[in-house]
Ligand binder design. Structure first.
Ligand code: 6PG
Length: 264
């Protein structure tokens, strides 16, 4: 089911339920990966964290899809990470490892973990930018490199990655990765910055559930106020932006937008 409302630089696709959303997101991921590997010999992707992507990662590792990608050509990064050990249940790395990387048998050298457990978080962020630069052959002092795909989620407050409302990281424009104090959570995070995210060839938001409807509506249909709704600041310079959402997260009908039935 596609919401017939093209975005300025992308498209929003709405699916009946989470199962349909995850299948569509997995197929989109596979298509993007196969195209990148065909064109450039590899697929450089940044995984998102939180709970929503679990269903996508499990779907990608499922029997009917896992054979669709040459996983040996994929470089896995993260868009953000909590300041916890990699084995902590809150770790985005752990979630992806359990649902995607381990089931697919991804080799360790292809997995680029954010070391957000380190005390010197800014240094850890700089080191991660260096790892991105090494992988993509670009110096962190240069303009941000283009990931083939950056996956993102969105919080109920409109944050994405660990770019939370009114936090310092929203204004970091001279680094690819940064530490970010998040007073709303009373913690610190490591996060990709907007210049790096907006340099991507493709960015996909995956948003599901009624709890996100108000924020999704505000982000996509409300006035521009990026400091309060950081997801509004994701606007790839030359890339494609897709929002993949389920029906529970859509509250657009009051806005008279048509939700077209996806051709079978
Ligand atoms: C994180 C994420 C964050 C997440 C949103 C949505 O580390 O938590 O990167 O940006 O995508 O908070 O989280 P849920 O999918 O759990 O709702």
């Amino acid at each position: 089911m596609r919401l017939d409302r093209p975005l300025t630089n992308g498209q929003l696709w709405c699916y009946e339920d989470e199962a349909a959303l995850y299948t569509a997101a997995a197929r989109s991921f596979v298509e993007t990966a196969r195209a990148a590997i065909h064109e450039r010999g590899r697929f450089v992707v940044a995984l998102s964290g939180g709970s929503t992507p679990r269903g996508l990662y499990r779907r990608l590792a499922s029997a009917d899809l896992r054979g669709e990608v040459d996983w040996s050509c994929v470089e896995f990064f993260w868009s953000d990470e909590r300041c916890v050990d990699p084995g902590d249940e809150a770790s985005n790395f752990r979630m992806a490892s359990e649902t995607l990387l381990a089931p697919l048998g991804i080799r360790a050298e292809k997995v680029h973990r954010m070391q957000a457990e380190r005390d010197d978080l800014e240094q850890a962020a700089d080191d991660y930018a260096g790892e991105i630069g090494t992988c993509l052959g670009i110096s962190p002092s240069d303009s941000p490199p283009a990931f083939d795909l950056i996956l993102l989620g969105m919080g109920g407050d409109g944050h994405t990655a660990s770019l939370f409302p009114f936090t310092r990281a929203l204004n970091v424009d001279d680094r690819w990765v940064t530490a970010n104090e998040v007073p709303q959570l009373g913690t610190r995070r490591m996060t990709m910055t907007l210049p790096l995210i907006n340099a991507a060839r493709a960015v996909t938001f995956l948003v599901a559930g009624e709890s996100k409807a108000a924020a999704l509506n505000a982000v996509l249909a409300g006035p521009k106020r990026g400091n309060q709704l950081p997801s509004q600041l994701v606007a790839p310079t030359n890339g494609w932006l897709e929002w993949l959402v389920d029906r529970a997260a859509i509250a657009f009908e009051p806005m008279g937008l048509n939700v077209a039935e996806e051709p079978k």
